[in-house]
Design a protein around this ligand. Sequence first.
Ligand code: NAP
Length: 268
Amino acid sequence: MFKSDLFKSKKVLVTGGRSGIGYEISKSFLSHGAEVIIASRKEEALQVAAKKLTKYGTCHAKSCDIREPEAIEELAKMIQETLGGLDILINNAGGQFPAPANIIAQKGWAAVINNNLNGTFYMSQLISNKFFIPQKRGNIVNITANVSRGFPGMAHTGAARAGVENLTKSLGQEWARYHIRINAVAPGIIATSGLENYPSQMLEFLKDSEQKNLMKRFGTAEDVSNAVLFLSSPLANYISGVTIPVDGLEHLAGDRMELYNKIMSFTN
Ligand SMILES: NC(=O)c1ccc[n+]([C@@H]2O[C@H](COP(=O)([O-])OP(=O)(O)OC[C@H]3O[C@@H](n4cnc5c(N)ncnc54)[C@H](OP(=O)(O)O)[C@@H]3O)[C@@H](O)[C@H]2O)c1
């Protein structure tokens, strides 16, 4: 739908690009002329994905845990040496687990906040200092979640993602002087491999939710990548600091307590 050379000669880093939404985003950038590097923790899976993605364009891979600033420094070094610079950062890596807030252990809470909030900040700060601020040009898109009415049943990720959406507003304002735009995309329930990590009872619940969505379907990874490509493109040149929900209206309609109630039904 976009011009096939929309991202010609652009260099793009996609965290979590080996699977699900990140894979589709990487594939879309490659199909529109970009050179892409995917980064996540699992080296072997990362290499397999990069090899598959190579049929759409030039794709590199480097293992990196977004929670570790030293690993991000290493990644930035490799990007400089291999790609010669960077134009676009997609902060897609993340994860969480369903649990009622009263039983989330401190370790679990810290892990989700560290991954989804701190990791996004470390990546944005280090990559901007290395590339975007010196070159006075850059573009960041953060993948968050449907958190605008809270996230009962996953309070940790709700808090972390709301933090990222606020960070999107702060960094958008602070870094406008460097011509860096920062936006976010908030997916609803998207049918990806990520959903397979949930327990089987949860999968039944998700099936139910699909019919309750006003558009009667889950989102696809392509729905998300279309919004990411738009925000990363010159079509969005006057847009920064915003979050676009890609959720078939879930941020407005639907019972936010359903997930929590479902979890409670099998923990009691
Ligand atoms: N699918 C949905 O319905 C949905 C809805 C809202 C938001 N989201 C969010 O959208 C993003 C993509 O989700 P998905 O559905 O595509 O799930 P996914 O397939 O599980 O993708 C998550 C990716 O993040 C990487 N990752 C996780 N922690 C990392 C870390 N500390 N450092 C580096 N990489 C890390 C994983 O790779 P490694 O294991 O190799 O590190 C994986 O490639 C996630 O942030 C997710 O929470 C998904």
